[in-house]
Design a protein around this ligand. Sequence first.
Ligand code: EPU
Length: 417
Amino acid sequence: MKVLEINGQKELSGTIRVSGAKNACVALIPAAVLADGEVTICNVPELTDTDALCEILESLNVSVKRASETILINPKDAKNVEIDEESAKKLRASYYFMGALLGKYKKVEMCFPGGCSIGRRPINLHLKGFEALGAKVTMKGNKYIVEAEHLKGDRIYLDVASVGATINIMLAAVKAEGVTTIDNAAKEPEIVNVATFLNDMGAKITGAGTSTIKIVGVEKLNGCFHEVIPDRIEAGTYVIAGALCGNRLKIDNIIPEHIDSLLSKLEEVGVNLEVGSDYVVVSKSEHYKPTIIKTAVYPGFPTDLQQPISVLLTQCEGKSKVIETIYENRFMHIAYLNQLGSDISINNQTATILGKTKLKGTNVVATDLRAGAAMVLAGLLAEGITTITNVEHILRGYENIVEKLKNVGAKIESKEI
Ligand code: EPU
């Protein structure tokens, strides 16, 4: 079994370079199937999630070549075969093959995707969008069969501004006849990145990044060259690490506007920040003020940083609250933080954190990806050794996390036990 072992309380200084955004790549890789020529995507992080999607591409007879952080995808000989259950269940983002294959072949067969167990995470809005475009959705056992004789643009209102549904509907609609409008679309930077990618291929998408996206269908999509945006959640996680243990820790290659909600919260609690055009320098302060954080869709405070920031809130002097509004089950890290010495109680969707508490290393579990990131941050802060199990969750979303943290002074090892 692989574990991460952290000997905490080491000062972090130097530079951490942030990788390409996982949640953009996991949509760009399936989206590449829509092209008729070769697609080059650079700044792709080496993560188990991106590897899993490349394996699905290969199962569809798509040629995939990887050279470090660049992937060349050529779907010219692609075959629309059923995606096997094991591959689909490896990650959430396998569902982007639904939109991409429906858009390209008008038919897709696959089962419900996997991903972190942080809530119910239904896909009803994705399916509602496909149906609005003219597709029929049927279930055969645990498999969805989505097919259409003809895809035709329509006006689609999303009851929830879902990232996955917005991207999936864009993928299904790029080659549909006529105009598709998505109202109450999600506005996350990853959506803008996917829309730019599709436009680079020849799609006609406007409004990405606002709550109304318009897609004018085109007949053909070409190959293209595309660069993935920096990962705002990875960036935010390391900025929080700097607030906990940093001495002029530089988080580089980021788009600071993408983490505005985090940076303004950090300033409010008293974190020492220097924000540049593509970096943040962060140092630890002795005294932090408590605050209230409520997660929201972009540009609100991201649910993906709620678990990491709860570690910082254990160091604030007084009562802080975290209100999780996106997922029903995203507090699994709290029990482990309390084992490390924090004082946190949960009432429905609100966690109340009493600080400041001293954390002391022990054995903890990464119950999901961002819970795992929270455990790493807690381990960096805690006195003594913290051992984290279920680290495969962390490796799904943080490229070279051990090397990146070691390079700035952390004592962290990946071990087989
Ligand atoms: N929802 C529905 N019906 C749907 C789709 C979503 O009710 O058809 C609900 C969900 O249950 C949830 C809310 O809408 O309560 C938001 O879900 P959304 O669809 O926006 O999330 P997602 O696309 O499944 C992506 C990221 C998540 C991130 C969320 C929110 C990927 C692969 N995942 O998930 O990332 O938390 O957007 O920003 O892009 C992570 O990286 O750790 C992670 C979980």
